[in-house]
Design a protein around this ligand. Structure first.
Ligand code: ZN
Length: 245
């Protein structure tokens, strides 16, 4: 079974379609939240995920898009983009977003946007936070997004001892075999990468093994940016896509 794991698509349809073209036929699509926000195509992205039968969880931007007052905690640009998103999305999109759970467990994998202890909001950026959250996992492995950074926190090969937990930054195209290890894995962001690489990022998960493989795919960034300008979305959100920051 091959599964595509997508996070932080952020209404960037061109980035999503480039990733889907690269991964080809898969047995499932799991998404880790922030389907909308920042980008110009919220309805089209949700339509695509719905057509493909994607399952997954909600992110903080998805929560804001359906009217939650978490928008108060957003910075100026995120808030302006979110106000546009709220005005723009169809009732069907709002309904699909509202139905997303905060957490989901499939097979040996637990899906959240942020972390186990705070599924919508916590950013896991340290090994200490990763170890604390790994101890809370209801399954062998965890998937998370929210930071927009491709990374794995994994125990040593053949060991489930959290004392050996280390952060692994995967080069694009690299694979990590998880046999016997425990791991929290982040696919990076499809629609707004922040690790200095502008290409769309995602993960292909081979459930037998299991083995995770990070992929990076070029997409038509300028077309996304043109659509954002046309929608009068914030300029900083447009320019950061060029640099992957
Ligand atoms: Zn995000």
């Amino acid at each position: 079974m091959r599964v595509a794991v997508l996070s932080d698509i952020h209404a960037n349809l061109r980035a999503l379609d480039a990733i889907l073209a690269r991964v080809g036929a898969v047995d499932g699509i799991w998404q880790l939240g922030d389907v909308v926000g920042y980008g110009p195509d919220p309805d089209a992205v949700v339509d695509r995920l719905r057509e493909l039968g994607a399952i997954g969880v909600r992110g903080n931007h998805d929560l804001a898009a359906i009217g939650d007052d978490v928008i108060r905690d957003f910075n100026v640009d995120a808030r302006a983009a979110m106000e546009w998103t709220r005005r723009t999305i169809s009732p069907a999109t709002r309904e699909w977003l509202a139905a997303l759970p905060a957490r989901l467990t499939v097979d040996s994998w637990s899906l959240v946007h942020g972390s186990q202890r705070d599924p919508t909001w916590e950013y896991i950026v340290t090994e200490v936070a990763a170890a604390e959250n790994m101890a809370l996992l209801p399954s062998a492995y965890g998937l998370f997004g929210h930071t927009h950074l491709p990374i794995a926190y994994a125990t040593l090969p053949g060991s489930s001892d959290l004392a050996g937990l280390a952060a692994l930054t995967p080069p694009p195209g690299s694979s990590l075999a998880l046999d016997g290890r425990r791991a929290l894995v982040n696919p990076g962001s499809v629609g707004q990468p922040r690790d200095g690489d502008a290409r769309a990022s995602a993960l292909v998960l081979d459930l037998a093994g299991p083995v995770v493989t990070w992929i990076r795919v070029e997409y038509d960034i300028e077309a996304t940016q043109a659509a954002m300008r046309k929608a009068r979305l914030p300029a900083r959100g447009v320019s950061r896509l060029t640099f992957g920051i």
